[in-house]
Design a protein around this ligand. Structure first.
Ligand SMILES: [Zn+2]
Length: 235
């Protein structure tokens, strides 16, 4: 299998896992940067993640333009991916979702913070992107062009994730395995944080605990990946 083929088959797996783990539903998407050409990335055609096959994966440039569309419909929000890859050379994979437990943290003053060792990566900070600041109060909230994609990438800055007020979130990683891990556990952290807050005052990780927790889990990304893959692909 060539490197491109293996990245594409991993991207198919990532789509299926993110559906199976409740991060993506009929909406949302995951991409990976082309390992041979940093100015391109792979993303499925416009469709539900749970149904993606290798033949649905398309190449895009950093303007969000498809390289070889062949009549296939493309995601309106592909500029999330193109502009983050442009702004962040360290990023190899991007997940954009509307996963439900994160939405409350985008629309209230409550900050999403790491409360257990699985989500130490959140300790780096999770900014909230406010589309009204760049496009006013009449938008459909979607990132439908390069200008909005650039504004989102500016808000994300050097962080692992950003919430999008009234919409969803974006999570990045140095690999597909890392962005998928982060997307799954960020959603879990949001659910646990809301539950913990109902019980009483929450003790969050210190900055040092968050860093150390993230470092150890980053060495074990293959373990949940293989499990989630088996569950999602049925083999
Ligand atoms: Zn969206």
């Amino acid at each position: 299998m060539t490197m491109a083929n293996s990245l594409i088959s991993d991207l198919v797996v990532a789509n299926r896992i993110l559906f199976s783990e409740g991060v993506l539903d009929g909406f949302g998407h995951v991409s990976v940067r082309d390992a041979r050409n940093a100015d391109r990335f792979w993303l499925a055609r416009s469709m539900a993640a749970g149904l993606v096959e290798a033949r649905d994966v398309m190449a895009f440039d950093l303007d969000g333009a498809p390289i070889d569309a062949r009549g296939r419909a493309v995601f309106l929000e592909r500029f999330i991916h193109s502009e983050i890859y442009r702004a962040r050379p360290d990023v190899q994979s991007v997940v954009h979702s509307h996963s439900p437990n994160l939405v409350p943290f985008g629309v209230t003053p409550v900050k999403l913070k790491p409360l257990y060792h699985m989500t130490g990566f959140l300790g780096a900070g999770v900014p909230v992107f406010e589309i009204r600041k760049v496009a006013g109060t009449e938008t459909n909230l979607l990132i439908t062009d390069g200008r909005l994609g650039k504004a989102l990438a500016r808000s994300l800055a050097g962080n692992p994730a950003a919430l999008m007020r009234g919409h969803g979130s974006v999570v990045v990683g140095e690999s597909l395995q890392q962005s998928v891990y982060r997307a799954v556990y960020m959603e879990l952290n949001a659910r646990l944080q809301a539950e913990a807050m109902r019980l009483g005052r929450v003790t969050y990780l210190t900055a040092g605990e968050a860093r150390a927790g993230a470092a150890v889990n980053d060495r074990m990304l293959h373990r949940p990946w293989e499990l989630w893959k088996r569950k999602a692909m049925g083999k």
